[in-house]
Design a protein around this ligand. Structure first.
Ligand SMILES: [Zn+2]
Length: 144
């Protein structure tokens, strides 16, 4: 049964274009705009989100692969300068979020604070009696 469905999908997708970089962008943009539209209760945004989904699906299932490929190349050209910056930004955001979750998890055991010298994030066991802290990054000594 599953094999049959799988074969049917493979047959359906045969010769079709699929999801490229531009497709991933329109898909994620569509998702983001839809979420935003429900938060802001904006029918214009929900229409834009809908159009982005349609564009994504249309390009995915398109049989005109050459044209879709050209569109993707144009998209990659236009966004060539921006994409590494976005990746850096989302990478930073991910690190921040995971740091924040880690802090929440460990907050019973550790006390977190920033070094007054270099702003590095430091932690100290709550059970520890030491008041004197030495920053592991810059060597700044301070009391907490
Ligand atoms: Zn420091």
């Amino acid at each position: 049964m599953l094999q049959k469905i799988k074969n049917a999908i493979i047959r359906f997708m045969d010769g079709r274009y699929g999801l490229d970089n531009l497709g991933q962008f329109t898909l994620i943009a569509g998702l983001a705009v839809s979420i935003l539209s429900s938060i802001l209760q904006s029918s214009l945004l929900s229409l834009i989100g809908f159009i982005l989904y349609i564009v994504t699906l249309f390009r995915m299932f398109s049989k005109n692969r050459e044209k879709r490929r050209q569109e993707n190349i144009r998209y990659m050209d236009i966004t060539g300068n921006i994409r590494p910056r976005i990746r850096r930004f989302t990478g930073n955001a991910k690190t921040r979020v995971s740091q924040f979750i880690k802090r929440l998890k460990n907050s019973k055991e550790y006390k977190y604070f920033r070094c007054p010298g270099c702003k590095a994030l430091l932690r100290k066991k709550r059970s520890s009696e030491t008041k004197e802290i030495t920053c592991v990054r810059c060597g700044h000594k301070f009391t907490k």
